[in-house]
Design a protein around this ligand. Structure first.
Ligand code: KIV
Length: 299
């Protein structure tokens, strides 16, 4: 995306804020949209500085940051805290927050109230919610009508993966692929500004992407979608053996982090840390006076 000024291409200081029209323009121009997750101040800063167009505070944070065994456990309060912290680190990218399971399904009114909290309390630019059935579509329409931009999410929807038969690819039969196309079109008709396709065969995702006017951000959906998203912790290799097949690992930070803390532990135990460079000194006269005073305190 061409929102970077000529004078500053390597950090975020000169980047213009990414807007919804700029995201729509990417699709028209055929420029790939980059989205990555972040969950706190430093990860928000890192993803923003790397030039991502969209930062998603995904409910994947339930698993990769909060240690739950699925995304359904995370509360609105927890997601608000993660989103507000990420906001403080993100200057240019569009900040999208996931509405957690149980916070929008009951009614359009509940969905609007929850979305408003993410905008008012955590300063998200937009929210994302899962599903392309009639209820989700109604929630999207209602939230957008209340003035909050919404990103949709179809295919593998982790919040309802039990009902989908587990975390498995969707749209692998003609019938299910046609259902997905119908859901994506309904999400678009409800005025979502973009949509995530998760774990959908590349050929199906590519054809539905061509059918849609709104940008499609893929994860496990092949190279023909309008953009790609990855979970930051999968990308950086922070977990041993956790990442799904479609997540590419670009670094191996877990071993680097364990190595650094082990080195610290070793230096502490062998009294090689701290050295003079990490230690405060005191004027020798002050030290002598202190010792004299201390001697007076000795019993
Ligand atoms: O929660 C999340 O991180 C997501 C992405 C995988 C799209 O929904």
């Amino acid at each position: 995306m061409s929102t970077t000024s000529k004078t500053d291409t390597n950090n975020d200081a000169g980047r213009l804020p990414v807007t919804l029209p700029a995201i729509a323009e990417c699709k028209r121009r055929g420029e790939a949209i980059v989205m990555a997750t972040a969950y706190d101040f430093p990860s928000g800063q890192i993803v923003d500085a790397a030039g991502a167009d969209i930062v998603l505070v995904g409910d994947s944070g339930a698993e990769v940051v909060l240690g739950y065994d699925s995304t359904v456990a995370v509360s609105v309060e927890e997601m608000l805290m993660l989103t507000a912290a990420t906001r403080r680190g993100v200057r240019s990218a569009l900040l999208v927050a996931d509405l957690p399971f149980g916070s929008y399904e009951a009614s359009d009114e509940q969905a609007i109230r929850t979305a408003q909290r993410f905008v008012k309390e955590a300063r998200a630019d937009a929210v994302k919610l899962e599903g392309g059935g009639p209820a989700s579509v109604s929630r999207i329409r209602a939230i957008v009508a209340a003035g909050i931009p919404v990103m949709g999410h179809v295919g593998l929807t982790p919040q309802t993966s039990t009902a989908l038969g587990g975390r498995r690819a969707q749209g692998r039969t003609a019938q299910r692929a046609l259902e997905l196309a119908g859901e994506a079109l309904a999400v678009q008709d409800a005025n979502a500004f973009a949509i995530v396709f998760e774990a959908i065969p590349a050929a199906i995702a590519g054809e539905i992407t061509r059918l849609l006017e709104i940008p499609v951000i893929g994860i496990g959906a092949g190279v023909s979608t309008d953009g790609q998203v990855l979970v930051l912790h999968d990308m950086l290799g922070i977990y041993p053996g956790r990442a799904p097949r479609f997540a590419k690992q670009y670094a191996e930070l877990r071993s680097a982090m364990v190595g650094a803390v082990s080195e610290f532990a070793d230096e502490v135990r062998t009294r090689r840390f701290p050295t003079a460079e990490h230690t405060f000194s005191i004027d020798p006269k002050e030290l002598a006076a202190f010792r004299e005073g201390l001697a007076g305190l000795e019993r």
